[in-house]
Design a protein around this ligand. Structure first.
Ligand code: K1U
Ligand code: ZN
Length: 173
């Protein structure tokens, strides 16, 4: 398994719609393993393939809380939201591609998602709480959308400017 560098906003790959995965191959299994390792190392609760520059519709997540017991690493290939609750919830979101910036985002409180598993089978599950927020945030990444796109333009611009500065500083070393 390999740790992959995470792209930082602004980057055109984070604004691009990712391509469906045609079939589960060893390459896809390796990519999923690398993404889980990269997510846990960050640390984060989710990661979408475009965040490491792979333009495929694949995401990993584990939103298990520390006091909830065993971790639950999940790999979702070609995920789609098949149902969303009318009830909405607000969560202070972060993003590994927008380090140290957090903002409240309102989304459906519960969603049903269908996806292809690494076992080649179709899976479906209803998510709620942090899991629902996380899976929607990650599916947005597959559609080239970031959580800051839900914010007012002024706030979005302020965060983007901070990220441009951060990237410049990191490039200088
Ligand atoms: O997609 C990403 O950039 C990962 C992101 C997912 C996410 C966080 C919060 C709300 C929705 C989606 C993160 O994991 S940011 C880091 C984070 O939230 C976290 C890190 C360690 C422990 C707990 C949370
Ligand atoms: Zn993110």
């Amino acid at each position: 398994m390999t740790l992959r560098p995470i792209l930082i906003h602004p980057d055109p790959r984070l604004k691009t719609v990712a391509d469906p995965v045609a079939s589960i191959t060893d390459e896809i299994r390796r990519l999923a393993d690398d993404m889980l390792e990269t997510m846990y190392d960050a640390p984060g609760i989710g990661l979408a393939a475009p965040q490491i520059g792979q333009m495929s519709r694949l995401l990993v997540m584990d939103a298990t809380k520390e006091d909830e017991g065993a971790p639950r690493p999940m790999v979702l290939v070609n995920p789609t939201v098949t149902w969303a609750s009318e009830a909405r919830s607000v969560y202070e979101e972060g993003c590994l591609s927008i380090p140290e910036q957090f903002a409240e985002v309102e989304r459906p409180a519960k969603v049903e998602v269908q996806w292809l598993g690494l076992d080649g089978k179709t899976h479906a599950e209803r998510f709620e709480g942090l899991w629902a927020t996380c899976v929607q945030h990650e599916i947005d990444h597959l559609d080239g959308k970031l959580f800051i796109d839900y914010l007012k333009p002024m706030k979005r611009q302020m965060i983007t400017r901070k990220m441009v500065k951060l990237k410049r500083e990191r490039a200088r070393g």
